[in-house]
Design a protein around this ligand. Sequence first.
Ligand SMILES: [Zn+2]
Length: 207
Amino acid sequence: MKLPTEKGHPHIISLLNVLLLMLFLAGCNKKDQCLKTAASDTQPTDDVSPPAVLPSQKTGAETKERTVAQLPQTEEEWKKRLPPEQFNVMRQKGTERAFTGKYWDHHEQGTYLCGGCAEPLFASEHKFDSGCGWPSYSQSLDKKKIKEVEDLSHGRTRTEVVCVKCGAHLGHVFEDGPKPTGLRYCINSASLDFEAGEKKDGSKTKK
Ligand SMILES: [Zn+2]
């Protein structure tokens, strides 16, 4: 009565041990493989993850940086983005025909934005009827947003005005404007967008 059990047990136990060992080894191998594949899977995502983290780190300047980043980087990209006349004026320093633009005879209350990057550049309160056929302003909203460049084209000496943010040609500034500035920013409608709104003189100046 002892024969089968006494002789059978060691066999079964050793067999079980071998099986367990094999299972254990097989398990290890599988785990190693899993780890390896997991590692190789994470490598590409590691390359992707830093940009995904960056936006959350830069909170304050994020919106401005993003809009600049979204702007076309080459003239080819600008050409795809802008209608032909706007491209000609803004990127190739063209001039729209007098009395043809959409803003020379425009008298709504609001802000005139750069047609390229939407930066607010001029306000309706500084707009005046110069009679020249282009929207004219006695001053810009913020001098820092407009760059003045000497323009010697067409045999004349003029001062070109350019959007600082996106480099768009806007028009020229002349010294025959109304008081108190004596300036006339003569701007192409094609370089502008308009945003209707309240007067901004009260909110802009903090005293
Ligand atoms: Zn601009």
